[in-house]
Design a protein around this ligand. Structure first.
Ligand SMILES: Nc1ncnc2c1ncn2[C@@H]1O[C@H](COP(=O)(O)OP(=O)(O)O)[C@@H](O)[C@H]1O
Ligand SMILES: [Mg+2]
Length: 370
């Protein structure tokens, strides 16, 4: 699939713009703070449903204005489509091919994109939460069920934690404490059910993405680096959801006293992680900056490949400010893979050679095609 055109009104520092993209490589260049990332963010908002920077919709409105709108005209393997987002009077409305959508979630898994930005180095270097976020976003792109499961799990976890907080309240009578503790079993059962399903999906995804990432890493490193990604969770056989539901239930039940002492649920899929190794060593601890960057790139490209396999649609690849950090060999590898893909690349470098890329200059929230 590819994005043909983005039309923006009052989006961050962009008053009004229409940007047409080529189905191949697009280079958005310009000095700092001109609006390159804002443009890329506005494309990705249709894949994630919200800003990848975590900005609330109301803060995407250009300072001093009362609304913003973004239209994405894109082509997938079946037809030409249009998605539209309008934020005004504190509300965000979403439309797909001019039909109003009830919920944000209804917009996801229509326009598919893979984003790669400098913060994604956190997938290898950062906290487990960054790896879980990577998994959640990647799997959400290919499975709407997974999005619902995450929402159900989160809600149940909040309910369980709220009950734990009540149990921990100072001065609570032993009988009240015992009866509230009994009530935990309802949440334990629900949490175990959702945890088992989420873990099964994560395990399946990681098992599939790992060989692709390994292959890409090996290609980019002249076969020198062997990348291995493994899913790390609290149960032995996450692929067997039936069994792991029982295991999670046991974990929650046996962990009750500990959770009460800590004031929140200490085990579960909200604590999952990924183990990312290179030639047998943990990349986070032992990898060089170059290896880490290459691994993130390999993982992101593999995410795109997974999206293509699961959905039959080639996603749009968005690279924010990462090209300048890559060496010539890796740049060449990326460009060689671009033949059948749409790339939208932002960079501060004006004189980079991207073959016959479409070049779009950015200046003060305005875009000029060359
Ligand atoms: N809601 C907003 N209203 C107006 N300007 C904004 C808003 N949000 C961000 N900006 C401005 O957008 C500019 C950054 O744009 P960005 O796309 O990140 O730049 P770059 O070209 O370096 O990628 C900054 O000058 C910032 O102040
Ligand atoms: Mg930028």
């Amino acid at each position: 699939m590819y994005c043909r055109k983005i039309t923006l009104k009052n989006y961050r520092n962009i008053s009004s713009a229409e940007v047409e993209f080529s189905p191949g490589v697009n280079l958005i260049y310009g000095k700092n703070a001109q609006g390159k990332t804002n443009l890329l963010e506005s494309v990705y908002i249709f894949a994630r449903g919200r800003s990848f920077k975590g900005t609330a919709d109301k803060d995407l409105v250009k300072n001093g204005e009362s609304f913003f709108s973004v239209k994405n005209e894109y082509t997938d393997s079946r037809r030409e489509n249009e998605l539209f987002i309008l934020h005004s009077e504190k509300k965000t409305k979403r439309f797909a091919n001019e039909v109003k959508l009830d919920r944000n979630i209804d917009m996801i898994s229509r326009f598919r994109a893979v984003l790669f930005c400098p913060d994604h180095l956190g997938i290898v270097k950062g906290a487990p939460s960054e790896r879980r976020e990577f998994l959640n976003i990647a799997i959400s792109q290919i499975s709407r069920d997974y999005i619902y499961l995450l929402g159900d799990y989160q809600l149940t976890l909040e309910n369980r934690n709220a009950l734990i907080k009540k149990i921990c309240m100072p001065g609570i009578s032993p009988s009240a404490r015992a009866s509230l503790t009994d009530n935990l079993s309802v949440w334990n059962e629900q949490l175990a059910k959702y945890a088992a399903r989420i873990a099964a999906k994560r395990k399946e995804y990681v098992e599939k993405i790992s060989p692709y990432a390994e292959y890409i890493m090996s290609e980019m490193s002249s076969n020198k680096e062997k990348l291995r990604i493994q899913y790390v969770c609290d149960v032995q056989n996450p692929e067997n959801a039936e069994q792991s539901e029982k295991d999670y239930l046991k974990l929650f039940e046996e962990g009750t006293e500990r959770d009460i002492a800590c004031g929140s649920t200490q085990k579960g899929v909200h604590r999952d992680d990924l183990s990312i190794k290179i030639n047998g060593d943990h990349l986070r601890q032992w990898g060089s900056q170059g290896q880490q960057r290459t691994a993130v790139l390999a993982i992101k490209l593999a995410e795109g490949e997974m999206c293509r396999q699961y959905t039959g649609e080639e996603p749009v690849y968005l690279f924010d400010d990462v090209f300048s950090e890559l060496d010539a060999e890796r740049k060449k590898y990326l460009i060689s893979g671009a033949a059948s893909k749409q790339y939208i690349i932002t960079t501060c470098e004006e004189n980079v050679d991207f073959g016959n890329a479409k070049r779009i200059k950015t200046e003060n929230g305005c875009f000029f095609e060359e």
